[in-house]
Design a protein around this ligand. Structure first.
Ligand SMILES: O=C([S-])c1cc(C(=O)S)c[n+]([C@@H]2O[C@H](COP(=O)(O)O)[C@@H](O)[C@H]2O)c1
Ligand code: NI
Length: 418
């Protein structure tokens, strides 16, 4: 239940819009939820249910660049320094927790672990949660998930996310901003981001990995504030004062105004891409697989061939490449240097990606990633990553079809449990 006044619209869609013009971190999101009316007790209760050691959560009203904001603090000392995602998952599974909170906390940690595993070339289960420790990650993630469940939002929309620029000092040295885990998380979700510099001056880290994992888990779409009748706003403060802007994330809560334009709840908004094409009748066909790979390496979203019968009755292929407009030059360079095409044509297309997420299936012989696509909040497709299946089959010497069947069965079981 939310603090927002209730209206008697029976079919009203309750929406939250997060304004991430100053980025987002776990603490900022905890603060913004309290600022928007979630009692601190609700958050603390969920965190206590999971945390293996005492965590003290507190909030304080502060001013950021002249604006009042809620600063959340998480205090506690983790006596265990090596808590991995596998350890935290056991804590989550065993906790006396609302099922919706458990589900979204699990999804958030899973995303974070996937992104970290990719960056550090390891497995999600081996990931530990940064130098601040697992206790802080538990407080941020479980607390924010509990806050969102309490608000009971039908949709959470997120603005393009300011990620920052320059460098940040981490336990293992200086990391470039946006830090690698943030880049992976936003890329996997198709979330729009930008540096957020003011007057070209590097601003440091605005969006942390925990912030990005929480945003991408809860977002049902990205974009500007939708038409909505706002009832409540909250500001969640970052710890630093930053020149030229209030270092705070903002949450507007209200009802979608369905009498005007309404963004799709199905996932990221549609985007305009280009299809660049050329008909080719004189390339040695053995070269095509390498061409398609080079196009993907050059930034194409997809590349494919269609057999055609060309002028003069010649069997040939249409090469088609789907690409973001700003990568068109890179794609054309590959086409002209790698094939015998002497010209290309292009047209704009509208792309609507479904929301996707990766989870990890633990098969008896090793992990296989599961790619899940959702439409309007419902899982509509779930496929084990074929490359992982082949790698596991090679590793174990078992037939690919056997490993694939095992992965599909594990996927079904995983989905029916979650
Ligand atoms: O310590 C590690 S491995 C580390 C990796 C990364 C990557 O992006 S990879 C980032 N960081 C920085 O740690 C702090 C804490 O982040 P939280 O998300 O846990 O709040 C932050 O500055 C990250 O950029 C550390
Ligand atoms: Ni890392």
């Amino acid at each position: 239940m939310s603090n927002a006044p209730h209206t008697d619209h029976p079919t009203a869609t309750k929406v939250g819009w997060l304004d991430c013009a100053s980025g987002a971190s776990g603490d900022m999101l905890l603060g913004v939820l309290v600022g928007a009316g979630v009692p601190l007790d609700v958050i603390a209760h969920a965190v206590d249910a999971v945390a293996p050691e005492r965590i003290r959560l507190s909030v304080e009203e502060v001013v950021r660049n002249g604006l009042g904001a809620t600063l959340a603090r998480v205090e506690g000392t983790d006596s265990t320094h090596h808590r991995t995602w596998a350890d935290v998952r056991k804590l989550l599974d065993a906790a006396d927790l609302d099922e919706a909170v458990r589900r979204s906390a699990h999804a958030t940690f899973e995303r974070l672990a996937q992104a970290e595993a990719k960056v550090h070339r390891t497995t999600p289960d081996a990931i530990h949660f940064h130098e601040v420790g697992a206790l802080d990650a538990i407080a941020d993630i479980v607390g924010v998930c509990a806050g969102f469940v309490h608000l009971g939002l039908d949709e959470v929309l997120v603005s393009p996310i300011a990620v920052g620029s320059g460098f940040v000092r981490a336990a293992h040295g200086r990391l470039p901003v946006p830090v690698p885990a943030v880049v992976e998380l936003l890329a996997a979700a198709g979330a729009p981001s930008y540096a957020g510099e003011i007057d070209g001056t590097p601003v440091g880290e605005l969006c942390t990995p925990t912030g990005a994992a929480l945003l991408t888990t809860h977002a049902s779409g990205y974009g500007p504030q939708p038409p909505m009748r706002v009832t409540t706003q909250g500001f969640g403060a970052g710890t630093r004062e930053t020149p030229g802007r209030a270092n705070a994330v903002r949450l507007l809560v209200g009802e979608l105004a369905t009498d005007v334009h309404r963004p799709s709840p199905a996932g990221p908004p549609t985007s305009t891409q280009l299809v660049v094409e050329s008909n080719v009748d004189d390339l040695d066909p053995r070269i095509w697989p390498a061409v398609l790979q080079r196009l993907l390496d050059a930034g194409a979203a997809d590349a494919w061939l269609t057999p055609i019968l060309m002028k003069k009755g010649r069997p040939a292929h249409t090469l088609s490449v789907l690409v973001e407009p700003d990568r068109q030059d890179d794609v054309c360079r590959v086409i002209f240097t790698e094939t015998s095409a002497i010209g290309v044509r292009s047209h704009e297309v509208t792309k609507q990606p479904l929301e996707r997420e990766f989870r990890t299936l633990e098969l008896p012989d090793g992990p296989v990633r599961l790619k899940i696509a959702s439409y309007a909040g419902q899982v509509v497709n779930a496929q084990p990553e074929y490359d992982d299946v082949v790698a596991l089959a090679e590793h174990t010497g078992r037939p690919v079809k056997t490993v694939l069947a095992q992965a599909l069965a594990a996927a079904q079981e995983h989905l029916s449990e979650s």
